[in-house]
Design a protein around this ligand. Structure first.
Ligand SMILES: NC(=O)c1ccc[n+]([C@@H]2O[C@H](COP(=O)([O-])OP(=O)(O)OC[C@H]3O[C@@H](n4cnc5c(N)ncnc54)[C@H](O)[C@@H]3O)[C@@H](O)[C@H]2O)c1
Length: 462
């Protein structure tokens, strides 16, 4: 093998990213290390620890050939030429910057592990999403070594999205690699670019200074989340004015300056990144004395929270002002379709608000049920059931609440579901996913987002 790559952190990013690198670069040995032994065992087994379409095939092709998973990170550090660091960087929950700043303790620990165990020069690649200027701190820690070793820090943020990770990694819009302008920084940059050149067209590999690269990732996530909050804010106005958010979004999206993506109204964005990255941006702006800029970006999160509150308030209002004691079938708990990931999923907050109103929940999700049970572990078990069968979830329910855009929810037999439910039967489609007119014709009262409700009550009272 011509080079050894180590990735520290075998999570949603580290695992798929390294699998794709190993698949495309058979002459590199790729080791993925993690302190979480259960996760590593999963990566070594037939049942991978994360669900991602297409991932199984890529891992199967490369594993044991030039892709290896291990808990022995020290051996990996000693062997590697290039070390990607892909540990989590959650929002700090304590001390200075709590609730806003990124918690870099996991990150710093890896830097210290590298300094302690390295026996040769290394290129260290920031794959995690980090506050701008983290590379400076990383470099200082690494250069504190007394062994005379040289470490180059490169920023190479990951833009893949869960649910489409393999396709995104295989066909990225761009790969961003940032480095210091020193000759050794530029040499290290070339080494990292060489990896991607195996399968990414050179025109899509963008090189920048290290700070631009770090900041571009935070800002890309903030801009994407801002589109979601913008369209969700307008969905509220649509519901007041009989404008239709689907028509408004489609019209906006046809403007080539705006584009059609990320304009779907719903119960808001989730996932481990958007909220934490915006909070991180807000913190950075405050830190650098830019309170107006901080307030601007913070509003994106406020609208996301508002949209979820608004959704639950509408459920209670429409169901005769109370959901107490009523069974509600929750379709979807993952933060989006095609992933089992529930981190920061709107479903967590919406389910908790419904439980506060004393509803009884039957939660169904094709991939995320084990995580849902963990997320709601502190809630009264008597009020929640987890159903692998959607019809079982709907049986005896007063309402269905759609919280994830799983396409398979469109294929269900809603006539059967209607017959199984208590009447009047409600559907609150928090993802504008289902065929509303058909459901209305079956007898449901249908409440989408940003569109006129289809209610049999309104019809009779009109
Ligand atoms: N999830 C996404 O869609 C996504 C996309 C782009 C970027 N990112 C960024 O990538 C980073 C990782 O995200 P993720 O979703 O993969 O997180 P994750 O929590 O799934 O994985 C992180 C892994 O790092 C391991 N780890 C922590 N400290 C360690 C240490 N000292 N040594 C070895 N392993 C250690 C953890 O055990 C965990 O398995 C974050 O900064 C995130 O913002 C995530």
């Amino acid at each position: 093998m011509s080079k050894t790559i180590l990735c520290i952190g075998a999570g949603y990013v580290g695992g798929p990213t390294m699998a794709v690198i190993a698949d495309n670069c058979p002459e590199y040995k790729v080791i993925v290390g993690d302190i979480n032994a259960a996760r590593i065992k999963g990566w070594q087994s037939a049942t991978l620890p994360i669900y991602e379409p297409g991932l199984d095939a890529v891992v199967k092709r490369a594993r044991g050939r030039n892709l290896f998973f291990t808990t022995d990170i020290i051996a990996g550090i000693k062997e590697a030429d290039i070390i990607f660091v892909s540990v989590h960087t959650p929002t700090k929950t304590f001390g200075r910057g709590a609730g806003r700043a990124a918690d870099l303790q996991f990150w710093e620990k890896t830097a210290r592990d590298i300094v302690e165990h390295a026996e040769s020069d290394k290129i260290v690649v920031e794959k995690s999403t980090l506050p701008v200027r983290t590379a400076e701190a990383m470099h200082r820690i690494l250069q504190s070594n007394t062994k005379g070793l040289n470490f180059e820090v490169i920023s190479n943020p990951e833009f893949m999205a869960e649910g489409t990770a393999i396709d995104d990694l295989q066909h990225p819009d761009r790969v961003l690699v940032g480095a210091m302008s020193t000759p050794s920084g530029q040499e290290a940059l070339a080494d990292v670019v060489d990896i991607y050149k195996h399968w990414v067209p050179e025109a899509k590999i963008k090189t920048t200074n290290v700070w631009s690269s770090e900041l571009s990732k935070l800002v890309s996530n903030a801009m994407l989340a801002q589109r979601v909050s913008s369209v969700n804010s307008i969905s509220a106005l649509c519901e007041k004015t009989d404008a239709n958010i689907l028509e408004v979004s489609a019209s906006m999206g046809l403007d080539s300056r705006i584009g059609p993506k990320f304009l779907s109204a719903g119960v808001g964005f989730g996932g481990s990144c958007f909220k934490k990255d915006i909070l991180n941006l807000v913190y950075l702006c405050e830190y650098y004395g830019l309170p107006e800029v901080a307030a601007y970006w913070e509003q994106v999160i406020k609208i996301n929270d508002y949209q979820q509150r608004r959704f639950v308030e509408n459920i209670a209002n429409q169901m005769f002002n109370t959901v107490a004691g009523k069974k509600i079938a929750v379709f979807g708990f993952a933060f989006k379709a095609d992933t089992g990931d529930t981190r920061e999923s709107p479903a967590i907050y919406i389910c908790r608000m419904l439980l506060d109103e004393h509803a009884k929940l039957a939660i169904h999700d094709p991939q995320a049920l084990p995580y849902a049970a963990t997320d709601l572990a502190d809630c009264s078990a008597a009020e929640i059931s987890y159903e692998t069968d959607p019809y079982q979830a709907a049986a005896g329910a007063h309402a269905i609440v759609v919280l994830t855009d799983w396409q398979e929810f469109r294929q269900l037999d809603y006539r059967r579901i209607f017959d199984l439910m208590d009447k009047p039967a409600f559907i609150f489609d928090g993802r504008n996913l289902l065929e509303h007119q058909k459901l209305f014709d079956l007898g449901f009262n249908v409440f989408p987002i940003g569109q006129k409700a289809l209610s049999h009550f309104e019809k009779t009272s009109a």
